[in-house]
Ligand binder design. Structure first.
Ligand code: GLA
Length: 419
């Protein structure tokens, strides 16, 4: 990136492609810096204030969450086996770290108000379980609710935020997902800020995942509050669900950046409700949106030498697609071509000056899609194209690239300007 501008003491803005840039430097403390960031012909305006967070999740968090596959059927045994499988399946090597127990691990509060885990399902307790997960080089996460009860009726954290954050820190929790059921009459930005401050005071680095389903415009206050925020209601294991979440979550692309991500919900790859072509598209679209990559399948099945396990592994561990999601520039990709509407191109600028693109065919027949390099922000006469699923270089092209794209599928490429 050639263009750069010092915008305030300690920070320099480097201009990127597609009206983006990176700020490099150091500020004295987390919070919000009310410093207008100037725009000029070489450096785009990026907003009037600059949020500076807890320093965590500088790239979208990667891991696994129990909800999509197991619902309330969680236990110590499942979490230990999942941690083992995360290593054995190659998921850990691919970058997945957080093992997160969703709803139903908690049953009550004791006489001092301390949250109590289900002793039948988690006989060893959460500290010992967290220690086991950590012993595998992985990180441990839990779920709670900012309201009075969780969505499954377990005790919520309302008015116990400080106590719960301290308990989590004692147990060795690295990630907390905070839901929004049973919160009638409460104000989401206020309650989630209380939770953020409680985590901040706990003395432990804990990634903060906000889950209020986009009900209170979290893309506006999420960046100064949490590391990720859900933008929609729950995903289901169907192609229509993937498309409807894509269409909503993508609108808020400008709110995402290092440490603060739109969360279009956990992955369904490997759960059986879609074709492998659709799962490949689902994963590609989450990567181009710089979404958190939280697997939602049974990881224990992934180690099998069976066709389905192999297909799931090939999707969830494709390092070139994951690298797009995890790119350090931290820009969420967006829709750049939509004509006709079933044939779309989504583009994400990358730190090395190249652009990743997903060519998405929403129609029911295979169709070629022509991606114009100009729509990717590429100004040179030609560019080289690498297919990230085939993992092969396709050659150098002038102005556009027009592969055949399967129905309900994608071609995902990295386009690097030449000359
Ligand atoms: C809500 C959330 C889901 C899951 C369930 C658990 O629906 O959006 O992701 O956590 O609650 O009850």
């Amino acid at each position: 990136m050639k263009h750069r501008k010092r915008i305030l003491t300690g920070l320099t803005l480097f201009a990127g492609g597609l009206g983006t840039g990176v700020l490099v430097g150091a500020v004295p403390a987390p919070g919000r810096i009310a410093q207008p960031i100037p725009a000029d012909s070489t450096v785009s305006s990026i907003g009037s204030t600059l949020p500076v967070g807890n320093g965590l999740a500088l790239t979208p968090p990667m891991g696994w969450n129990s909800w999509n596959h197991f619902g309330c059927n969680v236990s110590s045994e499942l979490i230990r086996e999942t941690a083992d499988a995360m290593v054995a399946s190659g998921m850990k090597d691919a970058g997945y770290r957080y093992v997160v127990i969703d709803d139903c691990w908690q049953v009550a509060r004791d006489s001092s108000g301390r949250i109590v885990a289900d002793s039948t399902r988690f006989p060893e307790g959460m500290k010992a379980l967290a220690d086991y997960v950590h012993s595998k080089g992985l990180k441990f996460g839990l779920y709670t609710d900012a309201g009075r009860r969780t969505c499954q009726g377990r005790p919520g954290s309302y008015q116990h935020e400080g106590q719960d954050a301290r308990t989590y820190a004692q147990w060795g929790v690295d990630y907390v997902k905070v839901d929004w059921c049973n919160a009638q009459g409460l104000d989401a930005p206020t309650r989630y800020a209380v939770f953020r401050d409680a985590l901040e005071s706990s003395g432990r680095d804990i990634v903060f995942s906000i889950c209020e389903w986009g009900s209170n415009k979290p893309w506006k206050w999420g960046p100064e509050t949490g590391n990720l925020w859900r933008t929609t209601g729950d995903i289901s294991d169907r192609w229509e669900s993937v498309l409807s979440i894509l269409d909503r979550s993508s609108q808020y692309w400008a709110s995402a950046g290092p440490g603060a991500w739109n969360d279009p919900d956990m992955l369904e790859v490997g759960n059986g409700g879609m074709t492998n072509t659709e799962y490949q598209a689902h994963f590609s679209l989450w990567a181009i949106m710089a979404a958190p990559l939280m697997a939602g399948n049974d990881l224990r099945e992934m180690t099998a030498d069976k066709r389905r396990a192999r297909a799931t592994r090939a999707i969830l561990t494709n390092e070139e697609v994951i690298a797009v999601d995890q790119d350090s520039l931290g820009v969420q990709g967006r829709l750049v071509q939509n004509d006709p509407p079933e044939l779309q191109v989504w583009a994400k600028p990358l730190a090395d000056g190249s652009t990743a693109a997903v060519l998405l065919n929403r129609a029911s027949v295979p169709t070629p899609i022509a991606v114009s390099f100009r729509s990717l922000g590429i100004k040179t006469d030609s560019a080289s194209v690498r297919d990230l699923w085939a993992q092969e270089d396709e050659g150098t092209f002038g102005r556009r690239y027009s592969p055949m794209v399967p129905s309900h599928g994608v071609v995902m490429v990295k386009v690097t300007p030449k000359g």
